[in-house]
Design a protein around this ligand. Sequence first.
Ligand SMILES: Nc1ncnc2c1ncn2[C@@H]1O[C@H](COP(=O)(O)OP(=O)(O)OP(=O)(O)O)[C@@H](O)[C@H]1O
Ligand SMILES: [Mg+2]
Length: 445
Amino acid sequence: MSLRSLINLRILLSVILILMLGGAIAIWQARQSVERELQSSFHLVLQMVKSEVGQADMSRGNDDWLQSIKALRHLRHVQVSLIDEHDTVTEILTVSEREESRRPPTWFMVAVTTDYLEAEYPLKMPDGSVQRIKISADPSDEISEAWSESQTYFWSVVLMMGVIFLAINMVFHSMLRAVGTILSGLRQVESGEYNGKLPSIKIREFDAIAAEINNLSEALSHARQNNQSLARHTLHIQESERRHLSRELHDEMGQSLTAVKAMAVASKHSDADVPGIADSIIGICNHLSGVVRSMMRTLHPLSLADLGLGATLTDLVGEYRRRHPGLVVMLDYDDSLELLSHEVAIHVYRIVQECLTNVIRHARADSVEVTVMRSRFDDDQVVINIEDNGIGGQAEGEGFGVRAMRERVENLGGCFSFESETDQGVSVKASMPFIEKQQDESRQD
Ligand SMILES: Nc1ncnc2c1ncn2[C@@H]1O[C@H](COP(=O)(O)OP(=O)(O)OP(=O)(O)O)[C@@H](O)[C@H]1O
Ligand SMILES: [Mg+2]
């Protein structure tokens, strides 16, 4: 069932309930007021009849009392009649004036009618006969009045409910329009269409939701652009790594192998300096194994699986110390790193590698401190802290290194921060879940 139908149904049920309750109260009030009115009129007439008839001198044929009673003819709600000894009404002394058109329906008459008062007063006539004056309450015109009041009440409730119904429907109409707009916005986001903006909505609460959806689309669009540029950068790096490897293979391996081959050919001559040639070949082989090790480290730190994270980081730091003797690189790690799963260890390694590369490229620092350990406060986390004493003051900029580090950490559900103060160096902090090696992973190692 739609929201609109549900609301309309509820309002209709409420109106019916209010009308039924209101109707019952109106009938009860009408009944009470008819009874009160009739009682007061009845007692007034009874008193007047008693006093007029009591003072009258019947024996002289004086009928002043009769005129006085007839003068009550316009009094509403009470009927006075004369009844003879045979219970026959000989004269009706007062007549209530009724408007036939205002006659209420029978069910209403039944609902408000109760037992009404009646009284008889004996009267000795000049001719010696005994008649009775009968006074009886006549509720018909009071009931007519109550009926017309009830009708007014009924129609005012109907009118009021109509107005409320209309007002609620108008509010719901604009709310449902706003919901429609928000739904279309969400569908756009779902289908990856992040550029369309939701218009502002007059209802403040819905406007806040629309604004949040706009912010969400903006954030998603930003994330998509980031991902696309990271993917492009990854492809670019892949290509440049391949170029670099093919150059290394060509320049180093090709030339070295040619040299080894030439030396082997030369050694065949009878007058060849075989020990000297052998020394040269050993030197070339040493150089080649250095080149191959460096190429393998670039491709993947194999020692991570063989030696563990601590030793691999020590090897990496050693390489930087060798290549940049002017830079003091300090490394601090604890033994618990050996328990770290390969999945997290490779991220730790790459983050340290990128930070050291950045220090060399941008920092102009003379010392950098690398700390990697299991958190002292939360042993479910591994924390990395890399601080240099370089120029600092540089924003993350448009580079990919910092962005990729952040992605690595956040994809694992960790936290990353890059703080750079002028002349205070750069401080990179990351914490990631300490996922321990599985049994089978340890065995593979
Ligand atoms: N240790 C540092 N000292 C000073 N500035 C730094 C340091 N590390 C990073 N930066 C600044 O942050 C910027 C972003 O670094 P990021 O590593 O993302 O990019 P990059 O090194 O320029 O390029 P790449 O995408 O190849 O890594 C750098 O251009 C530099 O200005
Ligand atoms: Mg970088």
